[in-house]
Design a protein around this ligand. Sequence first.
Ligand SMILES: [Mn+2]
Length: 278
Amino acid sequence: MPMLRFRPAARSDRGLVRANNEDSGYASAGLLLVADGVGGNAAGEVASASVAHVVASFVLGSRERQDPVALLSDAVGYAFAHLSDGVRRDPARAGMATTLTALLADGDGFTLAHVGDSRGYLLRGPVLRQLTRDDTLVQELIDEGRITRQDVASHPYRSVVVRSVAAESPPVVSIVRVELEPGDRVLLCSDGLTDLVPDDLIVRLLDDGSPTTAAQRLVDAALAAGGRDNVTCIVGDVDDGNPHVRNGHLVGAHQNPVNLIDPAAALAYSLERGATVE
Ligand SMILES: [Mn+2]
């Protein structure tokens, strides 16, 4: 069986209204990731950048043939402990949190970790399928049959996220295997895209050109629609090749090392774990 990997692209923009970019993103042949941070006092940036850094570091430090579900589960557990440590170091960060949507290619297949209201989509042929379920109050109300999808745009609590990676309690993250094949295109994005750009336009822009072109056009569409939130689009084409590479592309808050709680800790921890088992 040939290995599958991503041909990746990442774009992130502060938007036209917000003072900072609290989104973080990462894209490599083996990992696509988006994290949308919240929290006052510059802590949203710290939450998204640090959690993105932890997950990317765990993937970089992983061994081939490591169980991908356990790897992502360990990474998320460490990310929670790391945010807790970040609040202990600076109590002004209390309450910081972030979404996380991460898609791992391990050589045998693909694994998706998700919590919050960022989204993962699969474009196969002309059909766009949402791979993630929003951890939002309005999604719960839809599931209970109390409102319809048409009610969401006007709902007073439409922005309430019910799950995230935060410092206060261990996160409840969905981690599932995903079947992808060569020719598939995936999109991970923050709500700065999906709140502003309708699905039919997302399909049209995603289904055209290289991953880089598609990611840029999607971000541009969110800006053209008012850009009222930070917007991050990570696009990957599924392709034959080795996903175990060392180089990746950082975007958003993750680009600035000042947003990381402890840049050395996560990478050292994950490399150490890998080294002791070999
Ligand atoms: Mn957002």
